[in-house]
Write a protein that binds this ligand. Structure first.
Ligand SMILES: NC(=O)c1ccc[n+]([C@@H]2O[C@H](COP(=O)([O-])OP(=O)(O)OC[C@H]3O[C@@H](n4cnc5c(N)ncnc54)[C@H](OP(=O)(O)O)[C@@H]3O)[C@@H](O)[C@H]2O)c1
Length: 242
């Protein structure tokens, strides 16, 4: 039986580790071609090996997501190489922990640049290619902080609220088109990032990146009339309904 993403091309940001690496491998298991992007080329090569090992095709295009030209080059190079784009996963993200009164403007700007501005530019630049696909998907990875707030995380929280807001507007703009837009809001996942912000959570209580990746795979292979706009994914040990 033909794999479900045969012939499809995806861009996954933050593919060098963590959730982005797991999403890349999950899409690769269904034979997608993945444009892997991040800054750490050695780590991207490791992801590429994992992608090809499970039957996908990997193409590395490093990018610095705080640099608009770098994002434009990423999309242009994808179009030149593949002439199509079916899936855009805005996964790359950074966090920052400090009380608001101790948060430097640079920290605020860095969070917003990577977590909200870069997905905006990527969506804008990728839309012409996505519109040519018979069925395209934009997957934006926000966070539980995209719908609530934690102390000492105002810069991260505000940037993920911004990403959520942009996603809702874009979904409205694309209603009835060939492009579906989804937002994922996970709680603690076992990656480098969570070690920085929530070292208090026991490792065995964290979700695994592969669990988030499975949900992304579901969204980009589901073609029925039922649409899930937003997924809230929490750790089993956390409080239900927040
Ligand atoms: N882990 C969690 O508990 C959790 C929970 C909710 C939401 N999330 C969200 O899930 C997403 C992935 O997080 P993760 O936990 O997998 O984090 P991670 O392990 O720290 O990975 C972050 C990724 O983003 C890339 N990145 C960071 N800054 C970049 C920049 N300026 N330009 C290009 N790429 C950049 C990194 O690549 P390079 O360093 O190689 O550039 C890396 O691949 C993020 O949006 C995060 O906010 C995570």
């Amino acid at each position: 039986m033909e794999k479900r993403l045969t012939g499809k091309v995806a861009i996954v940001t933050g593919a060098s580790r963590g959730i982005g690496r797991a999403i890349s491998v999950a899409l690769a298991k269904e034979a997608a071609t993945i444009v892997l992007t991040a800054r750490a080329i050695d780590k991207l090569k490791e992801t590429a090996e994992q992608v090809t090992a499970v039957g996908g095709k990997a193409h590395i295009i490093p990018a610095e997501l705080t640099d608009e030209q770098s994002i434009k080059d990423l999309v242009r190079a994808t179009g030149e190489r593949f002439s199509r784009l079916d899936i855009l996963v805005n996964n790359a993200g950074i966090t920052h922990s400090s009380k608001l009164e101790e948060t430097a403007t640079e920290d605020w700007d860095r969070c917003h640049n990577v977590n909200a501005r870069a997905p905006f530019i990527l969506c804008r630049e990728a839309l012409p290619l996505l519109k040519k696909s018979e069925a395209a998907y934009i997957i934006n990875i926000a966070s539980v902080v995209g719908v609530k707030g934690y102390p000492s995380q105002s810069a991260y929280t505000a940037s993920k609220h911004a990403l959520r807001g942009m996603t809702i507007s874009l979904s409205e703009e694309l209603k009835g088109s060939n492009i579906r837009v989804h937002l994922l809001c996970p709680g603690g996942v076992d990656t480098d990032l969570v070690q920085k912000v929530r070292p208090d959570i026991k490792k065995q209580d964290l979700m695994q990146p592969e669990e988030i990746a499975e949900l992304v795979l579901y969204l980009v292979t589901h073609k029925g009339n039922a649409v899930i706009d937003e997924l809230h994914i929490r750790r089993a040990a956390s409080t239900p309904w927040f």
